[in-house]
Write a protein that binds this ligand. Structure first.
Ligand code: GLU
Length: 433
């Protein structure tokens, strides 16, 4: 092999992305590098973690309501299929890039393995601003995207789900389009569908519920009383708002919130239900009458017990980590903490509950939905919430015990547990040919 080719093969350098230490794929690679020394013989399969199995970029042309033709860039990345079919959401956002979708797909691989679901990891996205499209345009773009990625998805191949700016209606269109193309109703091709179309009870609130349950367990271990605990949340979408509601029900108070529109502070606690209704009506927490206005950087310096980044990647930077006045970070978003910030938080003794466990409630209930669709037998919401609680606390306890034994951070512990499962499956399957 020529020298450069050999170097690329060994380092896992990819020609199609240029990650930086702070970018999503760069962050993911740094997280993987940290655990490879603990993989023993399995480390020879490290390339499996450092490069996605399959990357699909599609052109998504639609006719706008005006009659014009618009083109959008769509992606579906299957990072790993070693432990089962691909699984992971689809994101609609103007800043979506291939590199971001790759990192999100890899985090799905790790998440599914960390909580031991029989899935690999995948993610999709379309680079668009949904606010600029009508409902009909959104439907056309969803259907065309589904048709374009139809060659690699399916109930046994790869199962999309909601993510940022996608919801049950979009999943219904995806299911309908896929079903029309294969000539049979195929409910198991996506999860997060409306309950009337084979969706699962409890799925909409599942990610927020998982954030609350893992937070509750971590607070118990760290001896932070729930009653009166101060909680700050960045992002008040489906995940942030549902987690907030459960924290308030348990006796905590939401002292600060922030989203793309602005920030709010109320030391006595914001009314989480009224705030969620305000966001549903106005699209942002801005303008909610129950609190004082809080600046973007001020949000990260609020004195609080728990802080929950529930928005996008890379929000908790080194500068913010150095000024953070919280005891516990609950990563409700995917990849919110940069590697440098992670180190700073560890040095300051601030516990970080990593995304791959903290926000796994969504995909856990997606797994329940997929199982229910296959058996055409549907469970009660009570049963779903109980099983979710059991799986997520079981996974957290196992990871916490690993961390206590080897003195790892929770992220390293979660990655060690997950990567061992992924690489073991890869090793047992072997290479073809
Ligand atoms: N988008 C969610 C996540 O990031 C859920 C994925 C799924 O249910 O497949 O975990």
């Amino acid at each position: 092999m020529p020298d450069t080719q050999q170097a690329h093969a060994q380092l896992g350098t990819l020609s199609y992305v240029s990650p930086t230490p702070e970018s999503p794929w760069g962050t993911y690679l740094a997280q993987v590098d940290r655990v490879l020394p603990y993989m023993g013989e399995l480390a020879r399969w490290s390339g499996t973690l450092r490069r996605p199995k399959r990357v699909l970029i599609v052109d998504v042309p639609i006719q706008l309501d005006s009659g014009e033709i618009a083109h959008f860039e769509g992606y579906r990345v299957q990072h790993s299929l070693s432990r089962g079919p691909g699984k992971g959401g689809v994101r609609y956002h103007p800043d979506v890039t291939l590199e971001e979708v790759m990192a999100l797909s890899a985090w799905m691989t790790v998440k599914n393995a960390a909580v031991n679901l029989p899935f690999g990891g995948a993610k999709g996205g379309i680079r668009l601003d949904p606010k600029t499209l009508s409902m009909h345009e959104l439907e056309r773009v969803t259907r065309r995207y589904t048709s374009e990625i139809g060659i690699i998805i399916g109930p046994q191949r790869d199962i999309p789900a909601p993510d940022v700016n996608t919801n049950a209606q979009i999943m219904a269109w995806m299911m309908d389009t896929y079903s029309a193309n294969v000539g049979a109703t195929s409910t198991g091709v996506v999860t997060g569908k409306p309950v009337s179309l084979g969706g699962s009870l409890g799925r909409v609130k599942a990610t927020g519920r998982g954030v609350f349950v893992t937070g509750r367990e971590a607070m118990r271990r760290l001896k932070i009383p729930m009653e009166g605990a101060r909680v700050a949340i960045q992002g008040f979408g489906n995940v942030g708002a549902n987690a907030a509601e459960l924290f308030v029900q348990a006796g905590a108070k939401i002292v600060a919130v922030q989203d793309h529109g602005g920030g709010l502070y109320n030391g006595h606690g914001l009314d989480a239900v009224a705030l969620a209704a305000h966001v549903a009506q106005h699209g942002s927490v801005a303008g909610f009458p129950g609190g004082e206005v809080l600046g973007t950087e001020e949000f990260w310096t609020v004195e609080t017990d728990v802080i929950i980044p529930a928005a996008l990647e890379g929000q908790l930077t080194l500068a913010r980590a150095e000024r953070l006045r919280a005891k516990l970070v609950l990563e409700a978003a995917n990849g919110p903490t940069t590697p440098a910030a992670d180190d700073a938080l560890a040095a300051r003794g601030i516990t970080v509950l990593p995304d791959v466990v903290c926000n796994s409630g969504g995909v856990i209930v997606s797994y329940f939905e997929w199982v229910q669709d296959f058996s055409s037998f549907f469970w009660s919401e009570e049963e779903i919430n109980l099983r979710l609680d059991k799986i997520i606390t079981g996974a957290l306890n196992h990871i916490w015990a690993t961390c206590d034994k080897y003195n790892f951070s929770l992220r390293t512990g979660a990655f060690v547990v997950a990567c061992e499962r992924i690489l073991q499956a890869r090793n047992e399957r072997g290479l073809y040919p």
